[in-house]
Design a protein around this ligand. Structure first.
Ligand code: GCV
Length: 759
């Protein structure tokens, strides 16, 4: 287990190592020798996943001499907590990777020096010409230069946080075995606010969290600052995440009470050196529930005054507070519509209070009216927000999910991305796998995230991608942001499984640079999380890259969506129909529209006409059966079971083939993993092998239940060589899991008699 960085003292800069640093060096060097010895033994040392991708294990002899020659001494600075963190991380990384730490000195005295700093904190950096005018406020330069006749690597930035980001980038090069002798790297983030949204409740539970309880231990804050908070900050900073919304969007007003604001301030203090701003989710009704006003009407001056005073109080405790995230008029949350006001009027009342302090509002577009039957829920956000374009205050971002419904395995991009040129838009991705197998399934989300970012809205012609909308380049925006719903909990392995960590990693890397490829990110992650051995990296990257499509195949192929079990969203529930109090758009049948004639939702001009919410180019692509991508076909079209796809298969046959293909891909992943035990410690190997076994059962369950249900409607025979489901539809319909992590209470309608073993 690593020593949490928070327990390591950071020595003031000087010519000779102080005793604290010397001790650190001895501990680290001893660890290195032990680790190296263990590495030579047949089994890799046990790991529990706590160290994520920041393991810093010894590099193999092939690279050791080369890297050591590029890390002989360190010229750092401890002028700020952030620079101290950068220097400490570099020492920690280098000692883990290379053995004895480099000497910490004030001047370059030999080849292979590493220089850290900004022009303000380091006269040496100031004297060099590094191209820092190109890196902006958070970027960095890593360059090999000659200083006093010696070759040195300079990690420099305009700001302290840029130096920390550069430090992590340099360590990543070593961890992934890239050459470092001749570096000329300039990097800066494309998106300004790169935020994790925690759906963590103040009682310690996490909505849609599959990694244990919340990592925030509210009851022991502010006095006790778990070292884990610092390690969380390190992990976030290592991938450039610079904001965190601490609490659930289904928010409670308690978060704004003096008791909790103290706790929030304490967390902000831990996260600050790592460049992470704290944000809070707030309920729109707080002026009533907390302020004891009669109303939360945004037009009421008393409400406005209340928000102004509350925001001032927040900033007294947390001077660099980021702002508010708001879910309004959605799934029972209060909002401006309760007072006959628009979403923009609601957002702006908070924005006005935050503006003098530099705070922002992230106002969610996930607005729909539960319980009111609408012909097509996919239309609702656009219909609500399109008329409000240009009406939001300048410090408001409208936070839009990647697709129009809700983080499904596959959705088309959200039409709002092409429709609000006068509104700051941010993208919301879900890192936690609510609809994608939750804790146990391996579903690498890099391909889903890049698909969303690269979708072309055609708002200003070809190339108007979602990435260019949210990075501000399409409309020249000055306020840009992206959010990922966090998958982090108190589990030792942070994310509930080792492979779920890759999704946290991928979110951060893409938030920094949306043009990175999912494959490259997977490869980096595998190398840092496991090993650089290509016999391991290649098959695991392949497995990861295939995993999202496999899940789409066995859950919701051909553009189907929302076929999961009600409430928990774990496992299949294609038969879930509106009943009792359940709104139609919370049922599966509303989304499949399967009937004797066919399957799929007609969102063309003959149906709900949701296609018209896209730019004409995209709308005509989706509208026409000839050009609609096959993987979105049933999203946009209601097709006969016998309709022939481009492959020549009928819709029905193709559906069955996809389910089978998904199951086969999971079996293949399991086989691949079973050959890889020589490269992984047994703890992480076993956990992954066991979870893949669960995933295989889940995939078969999905396949069998879906075929049993849809065949009861299509009345078509199975295509050749497709095996019939081993059980009856009644069996699958009755089966349920009573308690599911991340879902409060017992699963709706799950009676003890229904709890069996699925087949
Ligand atoms: C936080 C879906 C989820 C809810 C979530 C909601 C949202 O409906 O099932 O748990 O609530 O999305 O994004 O607000």
């Amino acid at each position: 287990m690593p020593i949490p960085i928070s327990r390591l003292s950071v020595r003031p800069q000087g010519r000779r190592a102080s005793s604290g640093w010397a001790l650190l060096a001895v501990i680290a060097a001893a660890g290195f020798v032990l680790a190296l010895a263990a590495g030579r033994a047949s089994a890799a040392p046990e790991e529990d996943g706590y160290r994520l991708w920041l393991r810093y294990v010894p590099v193999d002899s092939e690279w050791l001499a080369r890297y050591r020659a590029s890390a002989t001494e360190l010229i750092g600075t401890d002028a700020s907590p952030t620079l101290r963190a950068a220097q400490a991380e570099l020492l920690r990384g280098l000692t883990g990777l290379l053995g004895p730490p480099p000497r910490v000195t004030a001047d370059v005295t030999q080849d292979g020096a590493i220089v850290l700093g900004t022009p303000t904190s380091s006269p040496l950096v100031k004297s060099l010409s590094l191209g820092l005018q190109r890196v902006g406020a958070e970027g960095y330069a890593i360059r090999t230069v000659t200083v006093q006749g010696h070759s040195a690597t300079v990690i420099a930035a305009n700001t302290d946080i840029g130096v920390l980001y550069g430090t992590f980038a340099f360590l990543r090069l070593l961890q992934t075995r890239e050459p470092v002798a001749h570096l000329d790297i300039i990097s800066s983030p494309r998106i300004q606010r790169r935020v994790l949204d925690h759906w963590d409740n103040l009682n310690g539970s996490v909505e849609r969290g599959y990694a244990g309880d919340s990592i925030w231990k509210w009851e022991t804050l502010p006095e006790h600052l778990s070292p884990r908070y610092t390690d969380y900050a390190r992990a976030c900073a290592s991938i450039g995440i610079n904001g965190t919304v601490l609490n659930n969007v289904n928010a409670t007003p308690y978060i704004l009470t003096p008791l909790y604001l103290q706790k929030v301030a304490a967390l902000a203090g831990v996260l600050r050196p790592y460049g992470i701003k704290v944000y809070l989710s707030v309920p729109f009704s707080a002026p009533v529930t907390l302020g004891k006003l009669q109303t939360a009407d945004p037009a009421d001056p008393r409400v406005q005054a209340w928000w102004t005073a509350k925001v001032a109080e927040v900033y007294r405790d947390i001077p660099d507070f980021g702002g508010f995230l708001v879910k309004a008029n959605s799934e029972g949350q209060p909002g401006p519509r309760d007072y006959g006001r628009t979403q923009a009027q609601g957002a702006n009342v908070l924005a006005r209070a935050l503006a003098p302090h530099g705070g922002i509002v992230m106002w969610r577009a996930f607005v729909y009216t539960t319980g009111v039957h609408s012909e097509d829920r996919a239309r609702q956000a656009y219909d609500t927000f399109k008329p409000l374009d240009g009406k939001f205050a300048d410090n408001v971002l409208v936070q839009v999910k990647n697709g129009p419904i809700d983080f499904q395995p596959r959705e088309p991009f959200h039409p709002l991305f092409g429709a609000l040129p006068h509104t700051h838009l941010m993208l919301e991705l879900q890192v936690t796998k609510e609809y994608l197998g939750q804790r146990t399934s391996i579903v690498y989300l890099g391909p889903l995230f890049t698909e969303a970012l690269r979708a072309d809205t055609w708002a200003k012609g070809a190339g108007s991608t979602v990435a260019r909308v949210i990075d501000g380049s399409l409309y020249g925006e000055h306020l840009t942001a992206i959010a990922g719903v966090a998958n982090i909990g108190s589990d030792r392995a942070w994310c509930g499984s080792i492979f779920n960590q890759a999704n946290w990693y991928a979110f951060g890397r893409l938030a920094w640079d949306p043009d990175l490829s999912a494959r490259q990110i997977a490869a980096e992650w595998v190398r840092m999380t496991f090993t650089n051995n290509d016999s391991f990296v290649a098959p695991v990257v392949k497995l990861m890259m295939a995993s999202r499509e496999a899940a789409v195949d066995y859950m919701t192929p051909l553009g189907l969506a929302s076929q999961m079990a009600a409430g928990t969203h774990l496992g299949p529930g294609p038969w879930v129909a509106p009943s009792g109090n359940m709104p139609p758009d919370w049922s599966s049948t509303y989304y499949s529209r399967a009937d004797a004639d066919g399957i799929g939702v007609d969102r063309t001009a003959t149906g709900s006409n949701a296609v018209a919410q896209y730019s004409p180019h995209v709308a005509s692509e989706y509208e026409s059966l000839a050009s609609c991508p096959e993987n979105l076909l049933l999203w946009f079209h209601h097709l006969s079971w016998d309709y022939r796809l481009r492959s020549g298969d009928t819709v029905w046959d193709s559906l069955v083939r996809h389910y089978d293909r998904g199951v086969a891909a999971v079996k293949q992943a399991r086989n691949t993993w079973s050959t890889l035990s020589p490269y992984v410690d047994s703890q992480r190997y076993r956990m992954t092998a066991d979870f893949l076994a669960i995933q295989e059962k889940d995939a078969e369950w999905w396949r069998n239940a879906s075929i049993a249900y849809f065949q009861s409607i299509s009345h078509r025979p199975l295509p050749a060589r497709a095996a019939p489901p081993p059980d009856t539809l009644a069996h699958y319909e009755a089966f349920c899991i009573p308690y599911v992590e991340g879902s409060p209470g017992r699963s709706p309608g799950c009676a003890p008699a229904d709890v069996a073993v699925p087949r």
